[in-house]
Design a protein around this ligand. Sequence first.
Ligand code: AMP
Length: 212
Amino acid sequence: MNILFLGAPGCGKGTQSKLIIKEFGIPQISTGDLLREEIKGGSSLGKEIQDIMSTGKFVSDDLVLSLVSKKLGQDECKKGFILDGYPRNISQAESLDELFIAKNISLEYVFLIDVPFETLIERCTGRLLCTSSGYIGNTDRGEKVGDKCEGGGELYQREDDKEETVKNRLNVYQEQTAPIIEFYQNKNILHKMIGGNDPALLSKKILEIIKS
Ligand code: AMP
């Protein structure tokens, strides 16, 4: 089962990926997470990535392609995977196609999660992540930075979830990522889903499509 989630920052790609992982036991490949890992490692590459990320711009196509290619080559991806946050422009989509051909992989589903931009700004600026688990919280649920999480970690705000950067990220999405929608529509594997405030309902609809 090879799945790709597409949508603007904060639309719920990460949350849906985690729900689908539970159902099928396949790994999530999130380029954002892989880049944040590199930053945590404290390398000079990590520092460069951090500087780019903090502006809301994209890191280089070559770098993300090499991260994805390495991940796809691992045994855990043999029975399938969920791509989250990659590709993000047409050039990346074309490189991914070439990679799939080389590795004899076929992409079965692309789910586009559509959410109005005003909602996304509110969601991203209120979003809180856990330092040790994949938990994603939000200030609109009364949670705040520093709160303890069930997994033992603490909630924090992503540097690039500050309002100005979120607006930049949405502009970059509109200019560079939105054209990919047509790219996958032409392949007849794109499913447009309306994202709302009920992740469980959305994942139920996604699972219905996968299982039909
Ligand atoms: P995300 O966690 O998916 O929202 O990604 C956070 C940031 O990581 C983005 O704003 C970009 O700076 C960078 N990033 C993630 N995925 C990609 C990608 N496919 N291409 C380029 N930059 C990326």
